[in-house]
Write a protein that binds this ligand. Structure first.
Ligand SMILES: *Cc1c(COP(=O)(O)O)cnc(C)c1O
Length: 430
């Protein structure tokens, strides 16, 4: 595979940007080697600057659920941009977007558009704190909520351990306000609430953990969190930046039948443009400026071109049977990968939901963060490079979920399984 142009670009980029990238995981640091530079993308494929084609199982980390460069999305963007890129006054697409989101996710009684998932989660916790007058925030080991200071807190060794920043630059005084819990542990959550429940402003959780690979909630776990929050007057925030519109039209909250007080969205809601959203209970959202005292704003929030891309994507995923097909395909992919691993004699387990999956080099059933951490990271590295050189791109980290789009089908799966049979053998042999 010729990657000369990517290599030249990356060499130049290393002097210009930290790690040569604008977002850390892209740098391939945890798998070794150098990233390729995209020239364009179509359907299930990324095409790099040297002309290599890759079956893409990341989909820009989630947004491209309809497939890359979908004509309907591109057309909506082109049509909208001819009227201007940004107005700084309200535009009709913002209303259409809010109506669409509310119809698909009924708990979103009121909402705000922002420009990224990070902005959405930061705004949601400010609201939770402002509305309750409390300061403590609860998050879960292995969950990622963007790069806000309060979220960059390492998992403590116990439920009551006060957090330590895992990033320099996060003041200890702030990190101390973030408590971490082990995901899927009923007892630990109960115990924490018994001890400090009256001081907890909010609980933020990825209802399906997609940032420690892919960990599904145990039966009743999300309802357990709901009950604890209700009992202790804390705000339950579902961070659906990844799961929203993906695991079901109504997100994980509809899939599991648990209603949060606030939700955050990103990725799919922008269809590939920089968009995030937060919202939920009207009585809470009315406390946001200018109708209330809790401040949050954005120069480009509700940008018309971004709204158009998001709306076109939300339109596509409402096609009858869209998620059913996506889910069936996710099983085809995961079953095929497990079969290829068995043929190669290497222990691999998968977790999967609709359009989202985890691949682990372990024989354990993965239900917790510790299970996920037991995956053999070196075997994953060899597998990753084995797939890449055969034109299949998985996330360059053993702890990121994989994504499918509606454009992935039999042709892509056949190619993937053929590559995987060899790559699993190489992964084992290392
Ligand atoms: C990606 C992600 C974020 C952060 O979104 P950005 O747009 O990258 O700021 C937050 N929460 C979850 C669950 C995510 O997957």
């Amino acid at each position: 595979m010729n990657t000369a142009t990517s290599h030249q670009l990356f060499t130049a980029a290393l002097d210009l940007m930290p790690g040569g990238v604008n977002s850390p995981v892209r740098a391939f640091k945890s798998v070794g080697g150098e990233p390729f530079f995209a020239k364009r993308a179509e359907g299930a494929y990324l095409i790099d600057v040297d002309g290599n084609r890759y079956v893409d199982y990341i989909g820009s980390w989630g947004p491209m659920i309809a497939g890359h460069a979908h004509p309907a999305v591109l057309e909506a963007v082109a049509r909208t941009m001819r009227d201007g890129l940004s107005f700084g006054v309200p535009n009709a697409l913002e209303v259409t977007m809010a109506q669409t989101v509310q119809r698909l996710v009924p708990s979103m009684q009121m909402m705000r558009m922002v420009n990224s998932g990070t902005e959405a989660t930061l705004s949601a916790i400010r609201l939770a704190r402002g509305a309750t007058g409390r300061t403590l925030l609860v998050k879960f080991e292995g969950c990622y909520h963007g790069h806000g200071d309060s979220f960059l807190v390492k998992a403590g060794s116990g439920a009551l351990t006060f957090g330590l920043p895992n990033s320099p630059g996060v003041p200890k005084a702030l990190a101390d306000l973030t408590l971490t819990l082990p995901y899927n542990d009923f007892e630990a959550a109960t115990k924490l609430f018994d001890e400090v429940g009256s001081e907890i402003a909010g609980v933020i959780v990825e209802p399906i953990v997609g940032n420690a690979n892919c960990i599904l909630p145990r039966d009743g776990y999300l309802q357990h969190l709901r009950d604890l929050c209700t009992r202790h007057g804390a705000i339950l925030i579902f961070d659906e930046v990844m799961t929203g519109f993906r695991v079901a039209l109504g997100g994980a909250q509809s899939r599991y039948g648990v209603t949060p007080d606030l939700s955050t969205f990103g990725k799919i809601i922008g269809g590939g443009m920089p968009v995030g959203a937060y919202g939920g209970r009207a009585d809470l959202m009315r406390q946001i400026a200018p109708s209330g005292p809790i401040y949050q704003a954005g120069t480009l929030s509700g940008n018309p071109v971004a709204m158009a891309a998001g709306l076109a994507t939300l339109e596509l995923i409402q096609a009858p049977g869209f998620h059913e097909r996506l889910e069936a395909n996710t099983h085809v992919l995961c079953d095929g990968l497990e079969a290829a691993a068995r043929d190669a004699g290497i222990a691999v387990t998968t977790t999967r939901t609709c359009g989202m999956f985890g691949l682990y080099f372990t024989d354990r059933q993965v239900e917790t963060f510790d299970d996920a951490m037991a995956s053999d990271a070196n075997a994953f590295k060899r597998f990753f490079h084995g797939m890449l050189k055969r034109g299949v791109y998985f996330a360059p980290s053993a702890f990121e979920a994989g994504f499918l789009s509606a454009a992935h089908g039999e042709t892509e799966f056949a190619h993937t399984f053929e590559a995987a049979r060899e790559a699993f053998r190489e992964a084992r042999a290392g």
